[in-house]
Design a protein around this ligand. Sequence first.
Ligand SMILES: N[C@@H](CCC(=O)N[C@@H](CS)C(=O)NCC(=O)O)C(=O)O
Length: 206
Amino acid sequence: MKLYYGETLNPRKVCAVARHLNSPVEFVHVDLSRGGHMTPEFTAMNPNRKLPVLEANGRTLWESNAIMCFLARAANSDLWPQDERQIEVLRWLNWDGQHFSHHGGTLYFQYIVKPRFGLGEPDARAVQEATTYWRSFAAVLNDHLRGREYLLGETLTVADFALGVTLPYAEPAHIPVKDFPEIERWHDRLNALPAWREPFPVMAAA
Ligand SMILES: N[C@@H](CCC(=O)N[C@@H](CS)C(=O)NCC(=O)O)C(=O)O
């Protein structure tokens, strides 16, 4: 299997899952700043021209959440449980894409991607809107996590990898996680996983 990634948000959760599971993947770095995702070869794999992409068993799979589930199922892991807990995981994955990491991702874009790719200053209005929304959804998550180790209770799942993905960037992305102690406590648990702390392969010096 080949996992095409860059050192950005959505590939991060997939790389973390692959490393956590010790999945037999070859990590293939794609340089977004040099348009590595705009080539005809890449477009043939993912017409959205976005990372990550997984090549496995002669087919390609895009969308980070689907790739995490695929890797977990291939490893027969409870990260993607094969029972009624799956519904709960789906619920959180959908909620995350629409709300929590959606608005956290906006802050990541405004404060981290823009300067990194020379796209100008953060847009104050977009920042204010995303911060307000993020806070209201963070309150929901904070309440849910009270008394739970992970989102589903005791079982670590791909939903934890998805919802947590912006938190390693909370400080530079101005995500106000410090006001939500249960989220911080949960993120401390994720930080205990080596694959969470260091999801990306070490790249050889150019
Ligand atoms: N919904 C997609 C989003 C993928 C995505 O937005 N990837 C970003 C990196 S975090 C990307 O490749 N951006 C390049 C571009 O938009 O030009 C997923 O979860 O895989």
